[in-house]
Design a protein around this ligand. Structure first.
Ligand code: PLP
Length: 264
């Protein structure tokens, strides 16, 4: 048998504007020279100005997408993005338990930068108690980390406390993205690895509104690197560097909160 090309899976929602969600995942995984496969969970009608509407897909077609992939493909790592609500989170959890798609990166997407909800409030507990225990890596931003841990994050010490709380829920490795601290001239992310070692990843803050899809791009890059067999630490470091470049070399698309430059 010929050796299979490296394959990764994005389980996420569609952003019709092309900047975030499934579209950002596809662009990122492709740029990392990994073959991208998808399980589409929800569809948003969206552009750089905001989310106009969202529609969650029936769980039957979600199950069928997982089954079709498991039947034929050789997926080496997977990630989750927008999961919409309790029913969809549970459908994804069920399938991730049933099939082996390699290490799972959970980007616990909750609210778009424009304020639109991408996960219902009552699904947060289900993500925490049922999805996070399956995760090799979780990559929450500050508001998401707060919701998942009940820690009010005021400073970097609080980020460390929140990361430990996430590990206690069962996530092996945690990366909390500090990009939401207002006023800092640095963007600092805290990483806590499975073996208890930890480190900070800092980069100068870029003054731009073109950051739509940064979380998706980071977690997709990490997933692609894990699919290639990179260590968790290397995948996280490569992901951070990749996202920084895509932000720094922004392109102008649309009239609002614009997308990243995946060719950077
Ligand atoms: N739309 C979808 C479908 C997403 O999955 C995400 C983020 O995961 C977003 C929008 C939000 O992207 P941002 O907060 O970067 O604008």
């Amino acid at each position: 048998m010929m050796e299979q090309f490296v394959q990764a899976l994005s389980i996420a929602g569609s952003d019709s504007g092309g900047g975030a969600g499934m579209q950002a995942d596809l662009k990122t995984i492709q740029e990392r020279h990994v073959f991208a496969t998808t399980v589409l969970v929800a569809i948003t009608a969206q552009n750089t100005l905001g989310v106009n509407d969202a529609f969650a897909l029936p769980t039957k077609i979600i199950d069928e997408q997982f089954e079709a992939l498991a039947e034929d493909l050789a997926i080496k790592a997977c990630k989750t993005g927008m999961l919409a609500d309790v029913e969809r989170v549970r459908a994804v959890v069920k399938n991730l338990k049933k099939f082996d798609f390699g290490p799972l990166t959970v980007d616990p997407v909750m609210i778009a930068k424009g304020g639109a909800p991408l996960l219902s409030e009552d699904a947060i507990a289900v993500v925490k108690n049922e999805l996070l225990p399956l995760a090799t890596i979780a990559t929450p931003n500050l508001p998401e980390a707060e919701k998942l841990t009940d820690v009010s994050i005021e400073d970097e010490a609080d980020m460390e406390i929140a990361a430990k709380k996430l590990q206690a829920v069962g996530v092996k490795n945690v990366m909390i993205k500090g990009g939401h601290f207002v006023g800092d001239d640095q963007s600092s992310d805290f990483v806590l690895l499975e073996d208890g070692t930890s480190f900070w990843l800092t980069s100068p803050r870029v003054d731009t509104i073109r950051t739509h899809g940064t979380g998706d791009t980071l977690s997709a890059c990490i997933t692609a690197e894990l699919a290639k067999g990179k260590s968790v630490e290397d995948a996280i470091r490569i992901g951070k560097k990749y996202v920084d470049e895509t932000i720094r070399h922004g392109i102008i698309v649309g009239h609002g909160h614009g997308p990243l430059n995946h060719w950077a």
